[in-house]
Design a protein around this ligand. Structure first.
Ligand code: GTR
Length: 330
């Protein structure tokens, strides 16, 4: 601790810099970032690492200030704030971005990918870059698609009964992300899809506004949903990646060199998050077992896949070319 008398002599900005170990705040431009997940979560940690790298490479001129745990609201809000330049970085699911950039909705089709490795190979390859560019080049989105983030596969969980086959879903009120595709997806399975922001899910589960929801294991555990829903059924119906987007307004204010640096660091961030993700998935599974969550393997996923045919008939034809290319990715 630095004495008060000494601190006053240094001036407010310098104090801040000393306390945080960063150069004086007055000289550092902090880019605000939003994430719904808490500190320590893979997406949060990877973006914080990116901030450290940015500070290092710019001698402390630029940095990232992370607002984790929905401090700035849910994902819809994060996207809107990035669009108007109130924040620089929003880490959001492609589920939430689909209504803004329709090209991304191809990734929101249930059972599109064979498995998580197939999704990873797709986002790491040319199709991944092409879809990032679709965000950047979208004339109304006002966003830059920086990089992808892994989020594994999403499965169903609820407080009523284990879902072993499709009939178990009948009549269950299940929260889905705010995208009409997911309401259709859930209804096609016989459940009642309820679209809702992530910021409302925990309370909705606790109060019984919904019977269940669907998400990957790390979200289920580290956002505490497991405290209100003890059945987790491995439907793996969605393998939806996530994206780190940058406000186009703020991006355009950066120098050309800084823009190039942000884009370069984002590539590393994608890889860093993958490593954290794999560790966190294992941690989440261990915590689920420790907490006595009933984990249900689905023996036959075919009835679930077949039930989604009407959803494919409605949404997939517009994406037929890219779907063929995705299917061909090994
Ligand atoms: C999580 C994801 C979030 C958000 C959330 C949701 O897995 O990391 O970005 O999309 O799911 O269900 O809304």
């Amino acid at each position: 601790m630095i004495s008060r008398r000494h601190a006053i002599g240094l001036g407010a900005a310098a104090i801040l810099g000393l306390e945080t170990g960063r150069p004086a705040a007055a000289q550092q431009k902090m880019l605000k970032a939003s994430d719904v997940h808490p500190e320590g979560y893979p997406t949060v940690a990877a973006v914080e690492d990116m901030g450290k790298a940015l500070a290092k490479e710019t001698d402390g001129r630029l940095g990232i200030q992370m607002y984790a745990s929905m401090q700035l609201g849910g994902e819809k809000e994060a996207i809107e704030q990035a669009q108007v330049g109130a924040i620089a970085l929003a880490r959001v699911s492609v589920g939430a971005l689909g209504p803004v950039v329709n090209d991304l909705n191809v990734l929101n089709l249930p059972f599109l990918f064979r498995d998580v490795a197939h999704m990873e190979a797709t986002i790491d390859g040319p199709i991944g870059q092409e879809l990032l560019d679709k965000v950047t080049n979208n004339p109304t989105a006002n966003l830059i698609g920086l990089c992808w983030m892994d989020s594994g596969a999403r499965s169903m969980y609820d407080s009523k009964r284990p879902i072993r086959d499709i009939d178990d879903l009948k009549g269950m009120k299940m929260r889905v992300m705010g995208n009409p595709m997911f309401v259709d997806m859930m209804n096609a399975l016989g459940g009642n899809g309820v679209a809702m922001g992530y910021d409302q899910v925990f309370t909705a589960l606790q109060t019984g506004v919904v019977d269940g929801a669907e998400n990957n294991a790390p979200s289920f555990v580290f956002d505490n949903h497991y405290q209100a829903a003890k059945y987790y059924s491995l439907t793996e119906h969605l393998i939806v990646p996530e994206m780190l987007v940058f406000s186009k307004r703020i991006f355009n204010q950066l120098s050309e060199a800084d823009r190039a640096l942000v884009l370069k660091l984002a590539k590393q961030t994608q890889q860093d998050e993958r490593v954290y993700w794999k560790q966190y998935e294992a941690k989440a599974r261990a915590k689920m077992e420790e907490a006595g969550i009933v984990i249900v393997e689905i023996k036959d996923k075919k009835p679930f896949q077949d039930a989604e045919k009407p959803v494919w008939a409605k949404y997939a034809p517009q994406f037929s070319d890219i779907i063929k290319r995705i299917e061909a990715v090994q």
